[in-house]
Design a protein. Structure first.
Length: 406
């Protein structure tokens, strides 16, 4: 998928995701340390603050995904982005821990912008190109996290609240971009057709779809490992890797992670998909990701941490877009938004559990969350290999779920 051949709408949504992730990336390396140093939170409470977002997103994700199927992607994107602006301002004006938690929860409840952006991309992309298109979304994640964390680490030198207000401004720009530049991906007749056939995907039926259940299992295990890293990364940077200015150190380290994501999504993933297909790409990604986690499990060196971050990001880039594409192909096209909301909820559930327990694990030993993440990553190989075996077998009619009566 060459850049000059991209749909104008895809270019627009990629720009929106990039600006959104720059803002989110600004606060990622500093929020845990902000909570710890400004509000005297313990490591356990800090990781619960991280978990609060994903717990709220677990509730809000499917609702926003299904809503976007009915009213269109753009209105839901706008509502979600306004929620992000309000939440970031809440972080900046917080005067007590409960305000941080309230802002974090509100951000999670309205935080369906990425889910809806992914649904938007699948709307405008042919089925055979979805993994690459979703990979471009991940590349914008990487580019945003290449710029955002370093900027956030620098801005904290101007005051602990400054990054949150700048991030809120970036999120406000996203709202304006969406309102004035993004065309709806679904026509009125398509939305009416979806409303007329508004049938949910029952859990019982979902469990019968082999590709969906295996994909969801991979997502859960992979994101469980990610949650352990997310919740403790800044604390690990302050306590183990960086003696001075940990916000900037963690921000720069995340910059290398973001750069690795960009390279993976734009240069490596398209070739891997062409050579081995989506299912094998997932397996390769898990292996690469596990190498990165093995480095994190033992390192005390910032240089080795960079290497671990590169492998971790590259592996994640080879896993998540293909697994999302596999999942979207397992249901009727009219349910893509709801399906991605379900996948997001599985992801959020994994991160809720891992981030909520990460503080307790970290309190035992700072390297322990990284080691538990490594074990979890290795376990994700089991359903991934089963997906590969399934892909080589004869596909049956049950591979794609169609609503009853259609």
């Amino acid at each position: 998928m060459k850049l000059n051949l991209l749909d104008k709408r895809l270019v627009t949504i990629l720009l929106i995701v990039f600006v959104q992730m720059v803002g989110a990336g600004m606060i990622l390396p500093i929020l845990p340390l902000y909570a710890k140093n400004e509000f005297s939170m313990s490591a356990t409470t800090v990781t619960l603050l991280v978990a609060a977002f994903y717990a709220a997103q677990f509730v809000g994700g499917p609702i926003l995904g299904r809503w976007s199927d009915h009213v269109g992607r753009v209105p839901v994107l706008i509502v979600s982005q306004i929620g992000t602006v309000i939440a970031f301002i809440g972080f900046g004006i917080a005067w007590a821990p409960w305000v941080l938690f309230a802002s974090r929860i509100f951000d999670g409840l309205t935080g369906g912008n990425i889910v809806v952006a992914q649904a938007y991309v699948t709307d405008i992309t042919p089925r055979e190109k979805r993994a690459q298109a979703l990979g471009l979304i991940s590349a914008m994640f990487g580019l945003g996290f290449f710029v955002g964390p370093a900027v956030g680490g620098l801005l904290v030198g101007l005051g602990p609240q400054v990054p949150y207000f700048v991030a809120a401004a970036a999120a406000a720009v996203v709202v304006l971009l969406t309102v004035f530049t993004l065309d709806e991906s679904m026509t009125q007749s398509e939305r009416e057709a979806i409303r007329a056939s508004a049938v949910k995907l029952p859990i019982r039926d979902a469990l019968r779809i082999r590709a969906l259940t295996l994909s969801a299992t991979v997502v859960f295990l992979v994101q469980f490992a990610l949650g352990l890293i997310i919740a403790t990364f800044a604390l690990f940077g302050e306590d183990v890797l960086f003696d001075t200015n940990p916000e900037l150190g963690v921000g720069l380290l995340l910059g290398f992670v973001g750069l690795s994501q960009i390279i993976t999504q734009t240069a490596i993933l398209p070739n891997v998909l062409r050579w081995v297909g989506e299912e094998v790409s997932v397996v390769v990604g898990i292996v690469v990701r596990s190498i990165g986690l093995a480095i994190y499990a033992v390192t005390v060196s910032p240089i080795l941490a960079i290497a671990g971050g590169v492998f971790f990001a590259m592996g994640g880039g080879l896993v998540l877009p293909p697994i999302q594409s596999i999942a979207t192909k397992s249901v009727d096209d009219s349910k893509r938004g709801g399906l991605l909301g379900v996948v997001q909820s599985v992801s959020s559930l994994a991160i809720i559990v891992s981030t909520a327990t990460a503080g307790l694990i970290y309190a035992v030993y700072p390297h322990l969350p990284n080691r538990v993440a490594l074990v979890t990553s290795i376990l994700s190989m089991i359903p991934a290999v089963m997906l590969v075996k399934r892909a080589t077998a004869t596909r049956t009619e049950e591979d794609t779920w169609v609503p009853s009566g259609s």
